[in-house]
Design a binder for this molecule. Structure first.
Ligand code: PMT
Length: 219
């Protein structure tokens, strides 16, 4: 029926930004609101999927029927996603994960002086790790790009061993961070692509789920 299209499907969805602390009052982050990932989790749960939503700090109401795991840093998100991965059929990574974190988290508020440089170290690439450990899961990544959309997105699809990547062109009005709408292109492992027009994030979510579950039945 219309309310249980995804019954029996185990999904992990990530959403939001991560926050990487520098000292007790400061952190590095990005503009992700969590709307895209929450829309995917909501749309999947509405159709009967069993959804674990791993989210960085956001100001959104948890979708009904979804298991929400709140995290702060990329390392916490990495652990939560890895724990949920073995029982997942489908993973959709809409989170905007910080690629770097401060090398040192200072115990006290850092004092100002002259100029300052802050050493950063790499965070784990969660999606790349999922790609390495992949068994039967369908893996869907996102790419937020400001240039060379196709080249950058398909590069990530290959490098991270994904089945599909959802590319947002951040230069287009109505696409990307914070808005209730998005404009995306879907790239598939078999080299095909699908361009979607401007639509609400709820509608983008339904399209992504439709395509991703098709891949699941094909394999
Ligand atoms: O949250 P909203 O305000 O609704 O905005 C939605 C969005 C723009 C955040 C979303 O649509 C989106 O594009 N999310 C991915 C943004 C991003 O970080 O892209 P990326 O190109 O840096 O990363 C590529 C992929 O690898 C992503 O699936 C990301 O989750 C994943 N990644 C990246 C770095 C890292 N250390 N670990 C990861 O898993």
């Amino acid at each position: 029926g219309p309310k249980n299209k995804y019954q029996g499907l185990h999904m992990v969805v990530t959403a939001g930004p991560t926050q990487e602390p520098l000292d007790p009052v400061r952190y590095f982050t990005n503009h992700s609101s969590g709307k895209m990932g929450f829309a995917i989790a909501r749309a999947a749960a509405e159709q009967g999927a069993d959804v674990t939503l791993v989210s960085g700090p956001v100001n959104l109401t948890p979708p009904p029927g979804v298991e929400l795991i709140r995290v702060t840093t990329a390392e916490e998100m990495y652990r939560a996603v890895m724990d949920a991965y073995p029982k997942a059929d489908l993973v959709i990574k809409a989170a905007a994960v910080a690629d770097y974190r401060p090398a040192t988290v200072h115990g006290q508020k850092m004092k100002k002086g002259g100029e300052m440089a802050i050493p950063l170290v790499r965070n784990p690439d969660i999606l790349a790790e999922l790609g390495k450990k992949k068994e039967n899961q369908i893996l869907v990544g996102f790419a937020a790009e400001t240039e060379n959309l196709q080249e950058n997105a398909t590069g990530k699809l290959d490098r991270k061993n994904l089945d599909m990547i959802v590319a947002n062109d951040l230069t287009m009005a109505g696409a990307g961070f914070k808005a209730d709408t998005n404009i995306v292109r879907l790239y598939f492992r078999d080299g095909t692509e699908k361009e979607l027009p401007l639509m609400t994030k709820d509608e983008v979510a339904r399209q992504i789920l439709h395509e991703a579950t098709q891949l699941l039945t094909k394999q």
